[in-house]
Write a protein that binds this ligand. Structure first.
Ligand code: FAD
Ligand code: NAI
Length: 469
């Protein structure tokens, strides 16, 4: 039952993986719950224009590439005449999105959560205005997510399909001849992979001297090597200084990041993917005296409380990794804390995955971070080339790297570049959550033949005793 003085016990603002999960758990715990969402459908960035549609296109484009390039011939499968029906590819993607966003609506009904349709804005203590209507709640969770960081001088116009953000790049009506991706991070490489597989020439322009910042150094080097082999042109240490949109082309001006001669790059489509920033515009944070940090995020404590009593924040709008599963886990924890239980997220063990081919996944500290933190690091590496299943499937790109504390053998991080890295990383995260040593992983029986055996062998390599290399 809601406290008599409020309309709801809990009001969640935003229905992304953070918000919808928080709302469901709050309702499961017996709290009267509402969720405000301004989008036409529930599920936030992740379900509508993020994780789900991007994975749909990654999957479909991978099938197309395999069918199209005769890659299956070595397995004795001859395919001819594979043709791209891009409209159908988009339709199948939209169908998956529709099923999943509809699924959240079903779960809201099942859990008796009110969906308040419209933009929510704080107007005072415990009070929010949604689409002109005032709603009160004892506890309010900000889960408003993030949107693309703009690049001054390179104006995004998704409708024209020439300079696009990730949302535009998920809906291009035809395959560009030349796509320039600004930013060699996760979005650039995933969506760059989609359009490269469908036939575009793709150039990645990255400001730093290497792609995939924040990842383990060995992985970054290997990834760049593999992406170049796949046909990506990667221009690191390069900045974009301006863009001119002509009728059918975009002219980009680029120059070395440290300064130097300007150069022109022509593209039919430019994808701006230089990071994302928290959504707080129009949220009325001033009305409740909520101050943002220097990165525009809502500062929180360990329990997801903001500095304003009764106001909590989770997901992309709060500090930390901008990942759907991190938002989901925070959603569960914040609801449990509101209900007086103990909700905890171990932010040291959040896996991250880039869904390119091969996939790239990591959890815990990179070798560089571990050294910076003063650990004496002992690392074990195992190449997928020596893994029997990868060899059988002819997908031997990549390796597994297990990083352990040389003194205690506790696993500090695991980093994988391999076709199934996203699946393989789960066991590493679980092992780390249980405080495993590399020996614990090395002595865990892994089914044969599986890609996951490479994790076991990399753990064995920490002690210098892998079997198969
Ligand atoms: P969001 O999902 O952004 O949801 C916030 C919601 O709040 C939005 O629907 C918005 O409309 C609503 N909202 C905002 N302000 C208001 C307001 N004032 N009133 C009412 N409603 C409001 N992460 C992964 O882990 N794996 C992936 O594979 C992955 N792929 C991605 C691919 C792309 C192209 C992009 C862009 C992102 C991807 N991400 C991925 C990141 C992931 O989408 C985000 O980390 C995740 O969605 C964050 O969840 P959230 O609940 O914090 O916010
Ligand atoms: P990102 O932070 O992953 O990468 C941005 C890249 O752009 C960095 O390499 C950065 O150095 C570079 N950059 C910044 N400014 C630049 C400039 N002016 N010129 C050239 N390069 C510049 O951000 P991205 O790819 O936009 O993704 C945003 C977030 O969305 C990710 O950090 C991730 O949290 C989430 N995401 C997660 C996915 C997943 O989990 N598989 C998939 C897609 C997005």
């Amino acid at each position: 039952m809601a406290d008599k003085t409020y309309d709801y016990d809990v009001l969640v603002i935003g229905s992304g993986p953070g918000g919808y999960v928080a709302a469901i758990r709050a309702a499961q715990l017996g709290l009267k719950t509402a969720c405000a969402e301004s989008r036409e459908t529930l599920g936030g960035t992740c379900l509508n224009v993020g994780c789900i549609p991007s994975k749909a296109l990654l999957h479909a484009s991978e099938l197309y590439e395999e069918a199209h390039e005769g890659a299956l011939e070595k397995f004795g499968i001859k395919l001819t005449g594979a043709k791209l029906d891009l409209d159908q590819m988009h339709a199948e993607k939209s169908k998956a999105v529709g099923e999943l966003t509809g699924g959240i609506e079903f779960l809201f009904k099942k859990n008796k959560i009110d969906w308040l349709k419209g933009h929510a804005k704080f107007t005072g203590e415990n009070t929010v205005e949604v689409d002109g209507k005032t709603v009160t709640a004892k506890d309010i969770v900000i889960a408003t997510g993030s949107s693309v960081t703009p690049l001054p001088g390179v104006e995004i116009d998704n409708d024209k399909h020439q300079i696009v953000d990730s949302t535009g790049a998920l809906a291009l009506p035809k395959v560009p001849k030349h796509m320039v991706v600004i930013g060699g991070g996760v979005i650039g490489l995933e969506l760059g992979s989609v359009w490269r597989r469908l036939g575009a020439e793709v150039t990645v322009v990255e400001y730093l001297d290497q792609i995939l910042p924040g990842m383990d150094g060995d992985i970054r080097k290997e990834a760049a090597k593999i992406f170049k082999k796949q046909g990506f042109t990667i221009r690191t240490g390069t900045k974009v200084t301006g863009a001119e949109t002509l009728k059918t082309k975009v002219k980009l001006t680029v120059e070395p990041a440290q300064g130097g001669d300007e150069e022109l790059l022509e593209a039919d489509c430019v994808l701006v993917s230089i990071g994302r920033r928290p959504n707080t515009e129009g949220l009325g944070v001033d009305a409740i005296g909520l101050e943002l940090n220097e990165r525009g995020q809502v500062p929180i404590d360990h329990e997801f409380r903001t500095t304003v009593p009764g106001v909590w924040a989770i997901g992309d709008v709060a500090p930390g990794l901008m990942l759907a599963h991190k938002a989901e886990d925070e959603g569960i924890a914040v609801a449990e804390n509101i209900a007086g239980q103990v909700g905890i997220v171990n932010h040291d063990v959040i896996p991250s995955v880039v869904y390119t081919m091969p996939e790239i996944a990591g959890v815990g500290l990179t070798a560089e971070e571990a050294k910076e933190k003063g650990y004496t690091v002992k690392a074990g590496k195992f190449p997928m080339m020596a893994n029997s299943r990868a060899k059988t499937n002819r997908d031997t790109d990549g390796f597994v790297k297990v990083i352990a504390d040389a003194e205690t053998d506790r696993v500090l991080g695991v980093h994988i570049i391999a076709s199934l890295a996203g699946t393989m990383i789960a066991q590493a995260a679980q092992a780390m959550e249980f405080g495993a040593t590399s020996e614990d992983i090395a002595y865990t029986c892994h089914a044969h033949p599986t890609h996951a055996e490479a994790v076991k062998e990399a753990a064995m390599a920490v002690q210098g005793k892998p079997i198969h290399i």
